[in-house]
Design a binder for this molecule. Structure first.
Ligand code: ADP
Ligand code: MG
Length: 263
């Protein structure tokens, strides 16, 4: 966990303006049996905006991400991406999935395919991109995340930080409109966290729309336009990172921050 004082540099990299709404959740409700995991969630992520979602374990952060690319259905409310409501199934759903890149805590790479194949496969299979074109683009992305020299290895031969950067490249290969990151550094050894966060900051600088579940406050301060605090399936509070970390208004956010800042 990053220490707040160590990351107190005030200059956010994201002073650039953001565009219109890209991902819009409106009155979203979700139950798992009797458990009300998303309680009337309203959340808008604008084009080019970086939103960090923070909150205690079990507060619904992963479920929120999973509903946005329809890995989970919702009970009621609406979710639109670029003005279009999430399709239920079929070809439209596949297209939507291509619009939403997702990076998980566990890297989820195909274990028996090389790094290069991992990044090439999606565009070839789901978008019908020619293999040679997809390969060139994959190499370009692998260079961008700093692992081009690992292209012909299997994932298990890479460090966790390298694997997670491959996972980012793989998501980017689909040319997503928005990238979702669900605790992308939580499974990494401490010395590998920054190499992944640096890639994410780079993406943020380039204007990628991002929803990032993370407790890395250094990242939030460097790259987020907005912090959204969730607790008990609700969006309890949202603010710019400086305001949120220095002057949270809700008791629940203050309690949470005091816990993560003191251990
Ligand atoms: N597939 C599922 N079936 C039943 N309960 C689930 C399922 N996925 C998550 N939950 C529960 O929903 C709540 C929210 O989980 P999650 O979205 O993973 O929270 P977070 O990511 O904030 O830790 C938790 O109580 C969790 O146990
Ligand atoms: Mg989670």
């Amino acid at each position: 966990m990053a220490d707040l004082a160590e990351n107190a540099s005030p200059a956010a990299v994201t002073d650039r303006p953001v565009g219109g709404p890209l991902v819009v959740l409106s009155g979203v409700e979700k139950h798992f049996g009797p458990l009300h995991v998303l309680q009337h969630v309203d959340l808008t992520v604008h084009r080019g905006e970086v939103v960090v979602v923070i909150g205690p374990s079990g507060s619904g952060k992963s479920t929120l991400c999973r509903t946005i690319n329809r890995l989970e259905t919702i009970d009621s409310g609406t979710i639109t991406i670029d003005g279009r409501e999430l399709p239920a199934e079929g070809r439209d759903l596949a297209r939507l999935r291509a619009d939403v890149g997702m990076v998980f805590q566990s890297f989820n790479l195909f274990a028996h395919k090389t790094v290069l194949e991992n990044v090439t496969l999606g565009p070839v299979r789901a978008k019908g991109v020619k293999r040679s074109v997809a390969k060139d683009r994959a190499m370009e992305l692998l260079r961008r995340v700093g692992v081009a020299d690992q292209a012909h290895k299997l994932p298990a031969q890479l460090s966790g930080g390298q694997q997670q950067r491959v996972a980012i490249a793989r998501a980017l290969a689909m040319d997503p409109k928005v990238m979702l990151f669900d605790e992308p550094t939580s499974a990494l050894d401490p010395e590998m966290i920054n190499e992944v966060l640096d890639v994410m900051v780079g993406l943020a600088r380039e204007g990628m729309t991002m929803l990032v579940v993370t407790h890395e406050m250094g990242f939030a301060r460097r790259a987020a336009h907005r912090v959204v605090f969730m607790d008990g399936g609700q969006v309890v509070e949202e603010a710019d990172p400086e305001t949120f970390f220095t002057a949270p208004t809700s008791t629940r956010a203050r309690d949470f921050l005091s816990k993560i800042l003191t251990h």
